[in-house]
Design a binder for this molecule. Structure first.
Ligand code: AMP
Ligand code: ZN
Length: 470
């Protein structure tokens, strides 16, 4: 779209926008934390994946070749290294009368069905935690060698006091972090903020998913999977790492401690975090049980792309309040844009207003290059759509360019069904033309126009589209 444009991204590490500079010219090594697969993704999770998709498309639009790696958290214990609460995979397994392995594969598939429906580009590499246990174990051994760990009863812990820059990403003081970890009482820990790298002794001794290890039979802590898989597929120095804001103070801080402890140098240049989708002034969470999935939206007649449009209406660093009223607003806007785009596609005549086209392209691109400002980009799309001085053929050209980022797949936009009476009228008119009854055909054209339908005669028959007044 605009190779060479200056892209600026808000880096959580420094809490400001920075000009993006890749490690290797023309290439981007991108790691995004993937889903935990013991349940359907909720629409909050999906907001984060949409934000990451916009980032990926923008990087590609800048001309970068993006190597995008995403993990699948399919290891039994899942989601936190706290050895308390409940074993989410075992719980799902009991609820659904399926083995943890079946549960993991089922929800992984469901996740990719959702992301496909939302037009989220598939990562270049998807890696499952259960298939990278040896890589995690060698990383733990390396940390052990470098003196970052201690082992009690077969559990290996990361000693946070050995990593002085632990709070660099979160900017929280250590007392706050102790507060946060108070819920979890693990007497084996030297310090409540230390986290688990390998569990051999857990509250869940009957875990189905267990592996032999130098420390005893067990399973990995949650955080080590991202460090191990990111370095396997992207090397020891990566450009961008993303996730939701909830990951800043624990998961990503732990990932940094593990990776930098292991490699002995800086690991990630840019950390990007998506704000939460909130509902009824609270966060939507899988563990809370009461959450909305993509299916709960489609069951109510929404298209997944209505949700994609809804998410693009807010900047990724702003909280987004979900309500069905707001989603309906997004649906109406999306459908109106879609109908206009179809009419531009079918319109006759030639455009070619190159100055105007360039201006709109530049402004759209500047919005995206300014830390992925999708609300501004969408407002430019609408300004273009309503620009009465711009030829429909040029609008069709522009919407296809913008679509590289928007991801609506405008090429495949299909007209909505016509109400039955109008459909019949279009067919009667076609018949009239067939029998060279031009007067009657013209009268029907006027009748259709009065109902907002423009007909267009093509060698293949009659085409039609809804007309919008700008
Ligand atoms: P999980 O499957 O729980 O590991 O979450 C997948 C992704 O969704 C992570 O990047 C989380 O940070 C993110 N996430 C979780 N809850 C929300 C929410 N309510 N809004 C936006 N993103 C979220
Ligand atoms: Zn992660």
């Amino acid at each position: 779209m605009a190779p060479g444009m200056n892209l600026s991204l808000f880096n959580t590490l420094v809490r400001r926008k920075e000009a993006f500079q890749p490690i290797e010219q023309g290439k981007v090594r991108l790691y995004t934390c993937g889903p935990t697969v013991y349940n359907f993704a909720h629409i909050g999770n999906l907001r984060t994946y949409i934000f990451e998709d916009i980032l990926r498309r923008t990087l590609e639009g800048c001309g970068f070749q993006v190597n995008h790696v995403m993990n699948i958290t399919d290891v039994g214990h899942l989601e936190s290294d706290a050895d308390d609460g409940e074993d989410k995979m075992a719980l799902a397994s009991k609820r659904e009368h399926r083995s943890p392995w079946e549960i993991a594969r089922f929800y992984e598939e469901a996740f990719f069905a959702d992301t496909k429906a939302l037009h989220i580009l598939p990562p270049t590499c998807v890696c499952r935690a259960t298939e990278h246990i040896p890589e995690m174990q060698s990383m733990v051994q390396m940390l052990e060698k470098r003196g970052y760990t201690y082992t009690v009863d077969g559990n290996v812990y990361f000693r946070i006091s050995k990593f002085p820059t632990y709070t660099e990403l979160s900017r929280r003081n250590l007392d706050e972090l102790i507060e946060g970890s108070r819920v979890e009482i693990d007497p084996r820990k030297e310090d409540p903020r230390d986290f688990v790298l390998w569990f051999s002794q857990s509250k869940f001794p009957n875990q189905v998913m267990q592996w032999d290890s130098p420390w005893g039979r067990g399973f990995p802590g949650w955080h080590i999977e991202c460090s191990a898989m990111a370095s396997k597929y992207l090397g020891e120095h990566i450009d961008i790492h993303c996730g939701g804001i909830d990951h800043i103070s624990v998961h990503h801080s732990n990932e940094i401690a593990q990776s930098e402890g292991c490699f002995g140098h800086k690991w990630v240049n840019y950390w990007l975090h998506g704000e939460f989708l909130v509902i009824d002034k609270g966060k939507m969470a899988k563990s809370a049980g009461n959450f909305l999935t993509l299916k709960s939206l489609t069951d109510q007649g929404f298209d997944p792309l209505h949700y994609r449009y809804f998410c693009l209406g807010a900047h990724y660093r702003s909280q987004l309040f979900f309500s069905f009223e707001a989603l309906t607003g997004a649906k109406n806007a999306f459908e109106a844009l879609k109908n206009r785009a179809i009419s531009w596609k079918l319109a006759t005549g030639k455009g070619g207003q190159s100055d105007k086209i360039t201006q709109y392209e530049q402004r759209f691109w500047q919005a995206m290059a300014d830390d992925l400002d999708t609300p501004i980009a969408l407002s430019i799309v609408w300004e273009m759509a309503k620009d009465a001085s711009l030829h429909p053929a040029d609008k069709w050209h522009l919407i296809r360019v913008f679509d590289k980022i928007l991801g609506f797949d405008v090429e495949h936009f299909a007209r909505p069904e016509l109400p039955q009476d109008l459909d019949e009228l279009v067919q009667q008119r076609e018949q009239a033309r067939h029998s060279k009854n031009w007067q009657e055909a013209d009268a029907m054209r006027v009748q259709l126009a009065a109902r907002g339908i423009q007909v267009k005669d093509t060698p293949e028959g009659t085409d039609w589209y809804y007309v919008y007044k700008d």
